[in-house]
Design a binder for this molecule. Structure first.
Ligand code: AQP
Length: 334
């Protein structure tokens, strides 16, 4: 099923949970890629607060983080004239469509989700029904907008596969209503690892292993200098040295476009891990400087952010309403 947009471009949808402070994994795995490709596509980027409440959140902090995340999207370079930016709970159809998907998704599919299993193991008895239903809500986010592509990090691949399965099952059972989207995952930077345990992904729920986008320069430097590495000497991309590999990957991604692994290895030839960490710290401080300054500027006018979010929701709501109405009618509702 083709879904030409008003511009004839591919439509992309993606989102981030306002469930913690944003880190370099969110930036390099998701936001930076959205910014780099924003003029090639028809973009819808969401702040997924309904996903955030699948684990306990402090209400005031959640509200503040949703606005801060909007500011990070803008500060990173998203152009609101080309990109709809909105808060998920402002478009009611997300929750409504998720209910339909909850009802058509076999329990076995939901139980297989590794992110659910990991989170459940972590928070045990505090784990909610909503946590199990998280992937169906994500499917609703994407399928409501008939998205062609979903630019995400590697950790989201299984959720996108489930989204495709749900779309195919819906179309098979009720008729061709939903576009089957594709995961757009870049090969480099798709998985930024924790600085403290480089076998795990950098994650909001483990702040100690994160480089936070809004950390002041001295904190950024100190986090990088303390990053866990092995006791080797030679600086090169090596899958068997995950700490070093992670630092080099971050270095490459923050270097000018087109910088290859060979370029980076050549640059550090004859130097040790200390030199890499020092240079990387300065690259991160410089790389995040413009984002941090822009964020501070945007924080001076919170009213502007509210207007922008309202405008974003108003722009995308008609698309969501149209798909919702078609899906409900196909299922015999109403
Ligand atoms: N470490 C990472 N490397 C590359 N990409 C990453 N993403 C997250 N961590 C990394 C990408 O960021 C986007 C938003 O993710 P999210 O916040 O909605 O959910 P998440 O993946 O669960 O993020 P966290 O930080 O790990 O949060 P918690 O700790 O709350 O679970 C996605 O595109 C994701 O791929």
């Amino acid at each position: 099923m083709s879904t030409p947009t008003h511009s004839g471009k591919k439509r992309v949808f993606s989102g981030i949970q306002p469930s913690g402070e944003m880190h370099l994994g969110n930036y390099l795995g998701a936001i930076k890629n959205w910014v780099d490709a924003q003029y090639d596509n028809d973009n819808i980027f969401c702040i997924v607060d309904l996903h955030a409440i699948t684990v306990p959140q402090d209400p005031q902090t959640l509200h503040r983080r949703s606005r801060d995340l909007a500011k990070i999207y803008l500060a990173a370079g998203l152009d609101p004239s080309r990109t709809a930016i909105f808060i998920q709970s402002h478009v009611k159809e997300h929750a409504e469509m998720a209910w339909l998907f909850n009802c058509i998704t076999p329990m076995g599919w939901a139980n297989r989700m590794t992110q659910f299993k990991e989170k459940q193991a972590e928070i045990k008895e505090r784990s909610s029904v909503g946590l199990l239903a998280y992937p169906m809500l994500m499917a609703a986010d994407i399928l409501l907008y008939q998205a062609d592509g979903v630019p995400v990090g590697e950790d989201q691949r299984q959720h996108i596969e489930l989204t495709r399965d749900i779309a195919q099952k819906f179309n098979h059972d009720y008729g061709p209503v939903l576009k089957v989207p594709e995961a757009w995952i870049r090969s480099e930077g798709a998985r930024i690892m924790s600085l403290q345990d480089p076998t795990k992904k950098m994650s909001k729920s483990d702040p100690a292993g994160c480089i936070l986008l809004l950390d002041p320069p001295d904190v950024l430097r100190s986090r990088i200098m303390k990053a866990v590495t092995d006791s080797g000497r030679e600086v090169r991309f090596d899958e068997s040295r995950p700490g070093l590999l992670n630092l080099l990957t971050i270095y490459q991604l923050l270097s000018p476009p087109g910088t290859t692994r060979q370029d980076v290895e050549r640059h550090f030839e004859g130097q040790g891990y200390g030199a890499l960490k020092k240079e990387l710290a300065e690259l991160v401080v410089e790389g995040l400087g413009p984002l941090q300054r822009h964020f501070a500027e945007l924080s001076k006018d919170e009213g502007h952010i509210e207007d922008l979010l309202k405008n974003g929701a108003d722009r995308v709501r008609p698309i969501a309403q149209q798909t919702m109405a078609a899906a409900a009618a196909a299922m015999g509702l109403g």
